[in-house]
Design a protein around this ligand. Structure first.
Ligand code: URA
Length: 424
């Protein structure tokens, strides 16, 4: 077998055989298939798609390219959540300790932000002392102590995906449903969770801009999970506007802590509670305690404090703040009918909350605090949002990104997506 045979099969619209897929993933992981060959194959897959069997084979081969974690030493079921990424999506922060407080273990391997979407690890790293890199035995120790762990995936987990994702990022081949589904599910299945809830975002701030594409992605991932024996469900949720009232690392941690204290914005609370119920139900641990109660009675907050402390963080330490702020005001009085998620994400990124290249640092204090969400009444000259940055020279480009982000009208836009759109 050789790489050219595999590439031309897909280029000409054929289905790759199981043997071809096993060979190409293994050879790519060993360095025997060149980056330019894999990039040609990824483009052929993006253009010609893959059938159900091919996607399942591709995912299995990526899992087999590395190690698979095993939590059978734990005395209760494991369950996890994956979000396809959005603007202001800090849900993992309250969710993981909340589910732990309700009786299941949450072993979550998370990522960093790239482009306009934030990353959970960047957010948590704004807590002084908190460590993202843990060994397998350290993960197990944190799980036993806190019930939840959120950390970086080691390089041994689905290494084929690690290389392929970086390659797709620079070759215009990210937006392929077979490649996205197999990339996400190979990591989640290798992580060893027993149950999985997928939060598939829809709208301008998401990978999937339309409900149809998001449904197709969700169905593909749910099937891959079922094939691998992981009980998997997916929710389609709104990402046409930001989630919550903060975008940016430490700002989002502060909002997550508000939710764990029984307060916080209603959309963040509603989505956190719904995802927690789904995670508990998928793992067969629903019933012991309802997540809405665990947010009110302090038990989710206790689990958060244990989780942060077990990973070296100080839950009582002040969070970093950016020294410079700039407030954008409403140009007219009326209802904020639209607040575009992508524009707000891009502005937060330009303020320093995100990174341009993988190796860049992020500013922990930078970001945006929203003073109004779609549906709220705003007054001419009143505050719409406050930008936070380490350096005021970042404000003009961030403001430029927000130029068309807000619309003020007599009523909310009729096509605003419901927070929870569908369940697959
Ligand atoms: N997240 C992933 O892990 N992989 C993709 O391909 C897209 C989003």
């Amino acid at each position: 077998m050789d790489a050219i045979e595999v590439i031309t099969t897909k280029r000409d619209g054929g289905a790759l055989s199981t043997a071809q897929i096993d060979w190409v993933i293994d050879a790519y992981t060993r360095g025997a298939v060149a980056e330019e060959q894999m990039s040609a194959l990824a483009m052929a897959i993006l253009l010609n798609g893959m059938g159900r069997r091919e996607i399942a084979d591709w995912t299995r081969a990526m899992i087999e390219s590395g190690e698979r974690m095993d939590w059978s030493a734990l005395d209760r079921p494991t369950t996890d959540k994956h979000s396809t990424g959005g603007v202001g999506d800090k849900i993992t922060l309250p969710l993981a300790p909340l589910v732990a407080a309700c009786g299941a273990y949450v072993p979550q391997l998370s990522g960093r932000g790239l482009g306009h979407t934030g990353g959970t690890l960047d957010k948590l790293e704004s807590i002084p002392g908190w460590r993202a890199s843990l060994s397998g035995p350290e993960m197990l120790a944190v799980l036993r102590r806190a019930g939840a762990v959120v950390c970086a995936a080691g390089s041994g987990l689905a290494p084929a995906d690690h290389r392929l994702y970086a390659l797709r990022d620079v070759t215009g081949t990210v937006e392929s449903i077979p490649l996205i589904a197999s990339s996400i599910m190979s990591k989640k299945i290798a992580e060893g969770t027993g149950a999985l809830v997928l939060d598939v975002k829809v709208g301008s701030g998401a990978f999937m801009k339309t409900r149809e594409r998001a449904t197709e992605l969700a169905r593909t991932m749910v099937e891959l999970g079922a094939d691998a024996g992981v009980r998997t469900v997916a929710l389609l949720t709104a990402m046409d506007r930001p989630l919550g009232l903060t975008v940016g690392n430490a700002l989002e941690v502060a909002e997550a802590v508000e939710v764990l204290s029984g307060g916080g914005p209603s959309d963040v609370v509603e989505l956190t509670v719904r995802l927690a119920r789904e995670m508990l139900s998928a793992s067969g641990t629903a019933g012991a305690k309802d997540p809405a109660d665990a947010l009110k009675d302090g038990s989710a907050m206790d689990a958060w404090r244990r989780m942060i402390t077990a990973q070296g963080g100080d839950p009582d330490a002040p969070l970093p703040t950016a020294p410079e702020t700039h407030t954008i005001t409403a140009p007219a009085t009326g209802v904020l009918s639209r607040l575009d998620a992508y524009a707000v994400g891009l502005a937060a990124w330009r303020l320093g909350a995100g990174r341009e290249r993988r190796e860049d640092p992020v500013s922990h204090g930078a970001g945006i605090v929203l003073h109004a969400k779609p549906g709220d009444t705003v007054h001419a000259g009143g505050p719409l949002m406050t930008l936070h940055a380490d350096d005021p020279s970042r404000f003009p480009r961030a403001t430029e990104a927000l130029h068309d982000a807000c619309q003020i009208g007599p009523t909310p836009a009729p096509d605003l997506l419901p927070l929870i759109i569908d369940r697959v």
